[in-house]
Design a protein around this ligand. Structure first.
Ligand code: SF4
Length: 291
């Protein structure tokens, strides 16, 4: 019989909201050490790191905006996605009661907040994928509103930016998106970029790109080089942590390549703020572990 994972998912939500992943914290620390001693940029990163440590210690949210909960669930054949959805929704409501999450779900027509992060069938966001094997994996990303507002999509060619239908065009629009996010997206950020697809699949894939570890390398050497180049050039824009100038505007860039129609060349950019909250839960052989 399919187990009830509600309590385990509640713990997943707590971890995501209060305990920043190790790869993100390490990158923030490395960036802090590379900023000029005593600079405003270094001070901003010190404050961010102090906040991260306090949130972990006190089990309180890393940021006041606990974001949109986005779940990616891979499950073996025979599991009920309807039951899993219900368990996820229940866990999110309980996490809100325990103040791991802020009540963020608002009816768009009436403006009324449901008060417990319940919503329609699209809130929270849940994506399912049936896979081989026996494991259930649930990845959770909390995506803040400020950084979501500066996420964007381009259609190449873009004559205004001189961006053609090639990787240099992708680079140009990515840097334009970073410049436009200045003062709004809570830098240093991470870019999830999708190249190709239709408008919808491209936007979805740009968020999926953010599921990678910050310190991994794209297995495609062409995309790996593009990721390095975008991050390196963005870090020369002198926007810096929370806009205080400095060397750290982006912590990383992750690019995903999709097939596309010959007529279309979309570039979608998911901008993630420094509060890059994502966690994984694995259920295997009756036991649960967290990453
Ligand atoms: S963009 Fe990120 S760090 Fe800034 S307020 Fe929103 S969740 Fe918090």
């Amino acid at each position: 019989m399919q187990p009830n994972l509600t309590d385990n998912i509640l713990e997943l939500v707590r971890l995501a909201a209060t305990d920043l992943p190790e790869d993100v914290e390490k990158t923030l620390q490395k960036s802090r050490n590379e900023e000029e001693e005593g600079s405003a940029a270094q001070g901003a990163l010190d404050t961010i790191l102090k906040n991260v440590a306090m949130a972990r210690e006190n089990s309180t949210p890393i940021c006041q905006d606990t974001g949109t909960p986005i779940f990616y669930v891979s499950y073996p054949e025979g599991w009920s996605t309807r039951k899993l959805s219900r368990q996820i929704q229940d866990a999110v409501i309980q996490a809100t009661e325990k103040t791991y999450l802020r009540p963020n779900s608002v009816n768009t027509l009436t403006g009324k907040n449901t008060g417990d992060n319940s919503g329609d069938e699209h809130y929270p966001s849940i994506y399912f994928e049936e896979v081989d094997g026996d494991e259930v994996k649930i990845d959770l990303m909390l995506k803040g509103g400020g950084c979501e507002n500066v996420s964007t999509q381009y259609k190449l060619p873009d004559s205004g930016l001189g961006a053609g239908r090639d990787l240099d065009g992708v680079r140009k629009v990515a840097l334009e998106a970073v410049a436009k996010a200045q003062g709004k997206g809570c830098a240093p950020g991470v870019l999830g970029i999708a190249i190709g697809g239709d408008r919808g699949s491209s936007y979805a894939a740009s968020k999926e790109a953010l599921r990678r570890q910050l310190d991994d390398t794209n297995p495609d050497p062409v995309l790996a080089e593009l990721e390095e180049r975008i991050t390196g050039q963005a870090n020369q824009l002198d926007i810096g942590p929370m806009g205080f100038h400095g060397k750290t505007t982006l912590l990383g860039t992750k690019v995903k390549n999709l097939h596309r129609l010959p007529a279309c060349y979309f570039v979608s950019i998911a901008y993630m703020c420094w509060a890059y909250r994502r966690r994984r839960m694995v259920y295997a052989n009756g036991a649960v572990s967290y990453q």
